[in-house]
Design a binder for this molecule. Structure first.
Ligand code: SF4
Length: 320
């Protein structure tokens, strides 16, 4: 019987609470590169994949999350908007008085007539939509579906028209990381207000060719963050250590604890701190690196920082 386990103890600055709904994923994407199904360090173990949580478990987990009165609650974990009780979950959020409710989806669902308005009326204030790259070629290559890029953009447009705040969920991947600045350039005129850059912990069986070595991707990540912040976008990062974020290292100390509707989790961060970290002034604030990433790429390019660890900013309201 699955049950919920809150993971709250963490030395870093908390920016909200994520509820991993462990919903069915409708997409044929490699599991390890999709932020919907492998969102963070507290993601359910691999053996739980393919066993979506029962409605009762999701509702129990949601009640636990709402009792914590987080300033921001994120519903994620598969396509949770396809759950038959999705609107009930959003209504419960609205009635509880949670200020912001951000629900994650691949994006095309939002393009359906009235869909965005319906979830906004139910209780969603913001949505997160997945963009794998800044071009149709790059995005559709990872998504494995021609035309997917345009459907995501159409969903973003409909969500904005419905008054929802929109955040792009962007994995840092080998085929597309050079286009991260291009993603931000597309986001700004589209009315997107938030960016969530995520380094997949992978590799899994299919994802390895898609994982980017962090030191190679870091300059592109930093340039994208710089442009996004200059344009006033609310930027979050996940899975990116402070030493890869340059002047934006403070983003690495803001984190999202998670409650899962799936099997209990240990609460132990699966991130690693290797030899370079021993002398680093940010250890204890930085999230470290996913162990699987180290297994794939080693500690090349990871270097101790010697500046004082600090929080450069906290994400602000996305919607509006
Ligand atoms: S050296 Fe280690 S602790 Fe320091 S910023 Fe990099 S990953 Fe984090």
């Amino acid at each position: 019987m699955p049950h919920c386990e809150a993971v709250i103890a963490h030395p870093q600055q908390l920016i909200g609470l994520a509820l991993d709904t462990c919903s069915t994923c409708a997409h044929p994407w490699p599991v390890g590169v999709c932020p919907l199904c492998a969102p963070g360090p507290m993601a359910p173990p691999a053996e739980a994949a393919g066993h979506p949580a029962a409605d009762a478990d999701v509702e129990t987990a949601l009640l636990r999350a709402l009792r914590m009165t987080p300033p921001l609650l994120i519903l994620r974990g598969g396509e949770c908007l396809l759950r038959h009780n999705a609107l009930d979950l959003l209504t419960a959020c609205r009635q509880s008085g949670v200020g912001r409710v951000e629900v994650w989806t691949a994006g095309p669902l939002l393009a359906r007539p009235q869909f965005a308005r319906t979830i906004a009326r139910a209780g969603a204030t913001d949505v997160g939509a997945v963009l794998f790259g800044d071009t149709a070629e790059g995005h559709d290559y990872v998504a494995g579906a021609a035309g997917h890029f345009q459907r995501v953009l159409a969903g973003v447009q409909r969500a904005r028209a419905a008054g929802l705040g929109v955040r792009l969920l962007v994995p840092v991947l080998r085929p597309t990381y050079r286009g991260l600045v291009g993603v931000v350039r597309k986001a700004i005129p589209a009315g997107v207000q938030g960016l969530h850059l995520w380094t997949p912990p992978g590799p899994d069986r299919d994802a390895h060719p898609l994982l980017a070595p962090l030191p190679m991707a870091a300059p592109y990540v930093q340039a994208a963050v710089q442009l996004a912040r200059t344009a006033g976008l609310d930027v979050r990062t996940e899975g990116l250590p402070a030493c890869q974020l340059g002047p934006h290292a403070g983003l690495a100390v803001a984190t999202l604890p998670a409650i899962s509707a799936g099997p209990a989790q240990s609460g132990a961060l699966p991130h690693a701190f290797g030899p370079p970290c021993a002398a680093c002034s940010w250890q204890g604030r930085c999230a470290g690196l996913p162990q699987a990433h180290i297994d794939a790429h080693g500690w090349v390019g990871v270097a101790a920082r010697n500046d004082p660890a600090q929080l450069t900013n906290l994400p602000q309201r996305v919607g509006g």
